[in-house]
Design a protein. Structure first.
Length: 307
């Protein structure tokens, strides 16, 4: 079995992909207690910093605060630079293209960034990295121009670290337990793939996000343990969608009804394909190409997930 070495990152993104889950982890990170009906708008980037993947989490709270949360299994001192690029692109996504040309001041959501760390290397419970640490010193004296700074708090969520914070989020608690169980099983000599499967079974049997793991077990295991084959998945899902449309039309018992049912099946299939790819974290440009839908429609799907 092929193993997705980024399984922790993939699972983190999946567990916090819905607005309510985003609000939960934000409350945990900040100690706030924003109510569950607080308006949340998803703003995760379709393709971040020339990489064939999304950034992890980006969302806007009440149109006043834009939050970026990244998951890291290793710490790079260039994280502030990466997040600087991310936040600039999020603003580009959120704002009207004519905003920067307006003469009057345009109010924009205030940015907040966080990094969740759960790598194997020892790391402080909490540490702040600063963009300014990367700035070169000019060889010709002090500068009188404006300055730029981005402070990025790194929060360690390994077992035994920041326990009070972790316990404020049911999903984050489950995530920490899952990762710890994978490491525990792997340390006994079991393969990573079998350790992942064992950790899923452990969580289900112990009531730790059991509905999440059991209800999405096939999707989750495919995502965690296998290399994702976009073309093969596209073929299978299109076949399923066609069959759905054919059966719906056949049940109506009329030739025209059958034709319309198949046509609706094709449309439903395109949407279904796009939804599945969004759930798996595939970049939106690729989803639009695979499902043959406008990019704007994929963006709308991302911002208005199914309930």
């Amino acid at each position: 079995m092929k193993v997705n070495r980024e399984h922790k990152d993939s699972l983190f993104t999946l567990m916090f992909k819905e607005p309510q889950q985003m609000l939960e982890i934000y409350n945990a990170l900040t100690g706030n207690d924003l109510p569950s009906d607080t308006p949340i708008k998803i703003a995760t980037l379709p393709n971040a910093l020339f990489m064939d993947r999304n950034n992890d989490l980006a969302f806007v709270i009440e149109d006043k605060l834009v939050v970026l949360i990244e998951h890291q299994s290793s710490i790079s001192e260039n994280i502030p630079l990466k997040l600087l690029v991310y936040i600039a692109r999020v603003y580009e996504l959120l704002l009207d293209k004519n905003t920067i040309h307006r003469r009057k001041l345009v109010k924009i959501p205030k940015p907040e960034v966080y990094v969740i760390y759960n790598g194997k290397d020892r790391f402080a419970d909490r540490k702040t990295l600063r963009l300014s640490d990367a700035f070169m010193t000019a060889p010709f004296g002090s500068q009188q121009g404006g300055s730029l700074e981005l402070e990025v708090p790194i929060i360690n969520v390994n077992q035994g670290c920041n326990e009070d914070l972790i316990q404020r989020s049911q999903n984050l608690t489950a995530y920490v337990v899952f990762v710890s169980k994978v490491r525990e099983l792997e340390s006994t000599g079991i393969s990573l793939a079998d350790s992942i499967i064992g950790a899923v079974k452990y969580c289900v049997s112990h009531g730790i996000m059991a509905e999440f793991f059991a209800g999405l077990s096939k999707e989750v295991l495919n995502m965690l343990t296998a290399e994702f084959d976009l073309e093969e998945a596209k073929k299978i899902w299109q076949e399923e969608a066609f069959e759905d449309g054919f059966e719906a039309g056949e049940a109506r018992g009329e030739a025209r009804g059958e034709a319309r049912g198949e046509a609706r099946g094709e449309v439903r299939g395109e949407t279904r394909l796009a939804r599945k790819l969004l759930a798996l974290g595939v970049p939106m440009e690729k989803i639009a190409e695979a499902a043959e839908l406008p990019f704007e429609e994929i963006l709308t799907m991302q911002q208005t997930p199914l309930k």
